[in-house]
Design a protein around this ligand. Sequence first.
Ligand code: FMN
Length: 404
Amino acid sequence: MNLRSKKSNVLLCVTGGIAAYKAPHIVRGFVQLGWDVRVILTESAEAFVSPMVLATLSKNRVWVEKDFLSVEGGSQIPHISLAEWADVVIVAPCSADTASRLAIGGGGRLMDSAVLATKAPVVVFPAMNVNMLYHPATRENLDRLVALGYTVVDPDSGDLACGYEGQGRLPDREVILEEAKRALSVKDMDGLSVVVTAGPTREFMDPVRFISNPSSGKMGYALARTAWYRGADVELITGPVNLTPPHGVKVSPVISAQEMLDSAVSAMGGCDIMVKAAAVGDYRFSSVSEKKIKRKGLDVMEVSLINNPDIAATLGSVKRPDQTLVGFAAETDNLTLNATEKLKSKGLDMIVANDLTEEGSGFGSNTNRVIMLGVEGVLREMAGDKEIVADGIWDQVLELRGKS
Ligand SMILES: Cc1cc2nc3c(=O)[nH]c(=O)nc-3n(C[C@H](O)[C@H](O)[C@H](O)COP(=O)(O)O)c2cc1C
């Protein structure tokens, strides 16, 4: 079980950059995840954000520079106790100044000493003026932080508070939360290249009408996110959905089944694992009108549909022995029988079967109840939040690959 699914302790280190004003929002994000948050502010950061706001939101005392060499804490040594307490350390925003101190392993301030003393993963979010960011001294410092084993997340580009335009913005809070979750994950998929297909496909009949299905894409997106948390290099081939593209994942949007096939086939050659969680339409219209089809007063309108390419079978036929191909079967009846038949006929290594008629399972739901089947029968059954189920699917895929 990954630590990120438990209540985790996050030490948020806030430095004196203008983006420090976003620290309360970041604290709330961690609190909403159910994590315990403690905050250290540098002396400069106190000029940008109030310790009282951060203490109120984190429901913990906030540590400031004057607490470092103070006798008020008695025998408690703040930088050591905070370093030991933390499961993950987030430096956001990280100023150029703090980056330079962390790069030389300076321990002259509370925050720097806590970072030196911790065994927890450290994730650094530099945020500054674009010229400061691209200065060779800053580049060297950030490279040095990477060499020290810290994760350094590139700032975003856009309007900067200093009036410049360019790279240097603190990434969105979601990115900070996602990077923290990744830092807490076991990297048992490191070095693996994974492709996940997700969502529905659309088959247009004219420019304004299509047939599709209610797939939300949530299961596929959860698979992509969790594989990235676990260290995989991930491509997500996605039909049209209302979900935020996952951070850290290469997203390849498609609309029709043919486009999904083309993207999946071109990604297949370079991947280790392909998971087909998309709900691909079996049929498309035999002809597509370039102009909107008018009503014409008909009571009945007949359309003809033709078979779409079978993506699973196509991928199954080109799969190499070192690759793992996983399909999904969403069924309304004879779940195990139908899924096993699909597994065998399409040359899959594993199929994840879910019963669309069951409560808490399938389309649109945040939870799923699945049976994972291999050529030899049932491998594992799982129910719960789609992210938990996704982790279970990866556990099973890794187990299968270990055997092959
Ligand atoms: C208004 C203002 C905004 C600043 N914004 C940034 C910033 O976004 N990034 C940065 O690296 N430094 C920024 N600085 C400079 C830092 O505050 C300064 O380097 C300070 O020494 C950082 O200390 P610390 O890293 O210990 O917090 C800013 C300074 C001022 C006066």
